[in-house]
Design a protein around this ligand. Structure first.
Ligand code: ZN
Length: 228
């Protein structure tokens, strides 16, 4: 396939998550695609036309993605990427799967616990790594968590939002203090992400107004193969 999603933009020209190819940990889990040993293909369809296809291979606590990505005019690059899976025990039994984002920013692995990874450039990463925003205005916990994360970014001299790198440690600030603030900002980012996922699951408001891209995990087992 070509690039994995040029994506849509919101009214301010910022890229949004809604137009991206997305991998949903809950959906893959529900369809049995995270069981170790499972292999198959996932395809995104919009208006009856295929947007992209990737091969998936589930390992223990890991999902391996392989696909071809257009890097330049007429040039395709084979990509194989591995995403750790984290299972969080639910209060009333069972568990919920999350991706641990493998994105790297400023030599630091993102490792955020997220429900969805979005395709942009040649890799599937969390919305924070891709600097994506949401087209819909979210309220409640998501806003509060985002506000907490932004407050920390600004306290460290950075800009609010996810478009910029996390600010460096200000001169004179203890390493320990900086690490704690960074941990709290990431926790708030994850809380905002989870609140968004909860909201989608509960109300499905966005999906009704804007039909989502269909994800069709293949039901048959197939050998891992490169796409041509
Ligand atoms: Zn990330």
């Amino acid at each position: 396939m070509g690039g994995i999603g040029s994506g849509w933009h919101d009214g301010n020209g910022r890229p949004t998550v809604e137009g991206r190819l997305a991998l949903d940990a809950n959906r893959l889990y529900r369809d049995g695609c995270l069981e170790p040993g499972w292999t198959g293909t996932t395809q995104w369809i919009r208006d009856g036309k295929p947007l992209g296809t990737i091969n998936l291979r589930a390992e223990s606590f890991r999902l391996v993605l392989s696909y071809r990505c257009g890097v330049a005019e007429g040039q395709l690059q084979d990509i194989e990427d591995s995403v750790p899976i984290y299972y969080l025990a639910c209060r009333f039994g069972g568990c919920r799967p999350y991706f641990l984002c493998p994105g790297v920013l400023d030599s630091v692995v993102c490792n955020r616990r997220v429900v969805k990874l979005f395709g942009a450039g040649c890799f599937f990463r969390c919305k924070h790594c891709h600097g994506l925003t949401h087209a819909t205005q979210q309220k409640g916990e998501m806003d509060r968590a985002t506000w907490r994360a932004n407050k920390i970014r600004m306290r460290l001299g950075g800009a609010p939002g996810l478009r910029w790198s996390f600010p460096a440690r200000p001169t004179g600030m203890w390493q320990r203090t900086y690490r704690e603030l960074r941990r709290r900002a990431m926790a708030a980012d994850m809380a905002a992400d989870e609140a968004f996922a909860e909201r989608l699951a509960r109300y499905a408001v966005y999906n009704r107004r804007h039909p989502p891209t269909k994800v069709r995990p293949s039901s048959r087992r197939s050998a891992l193969r490169r796409l041509s």
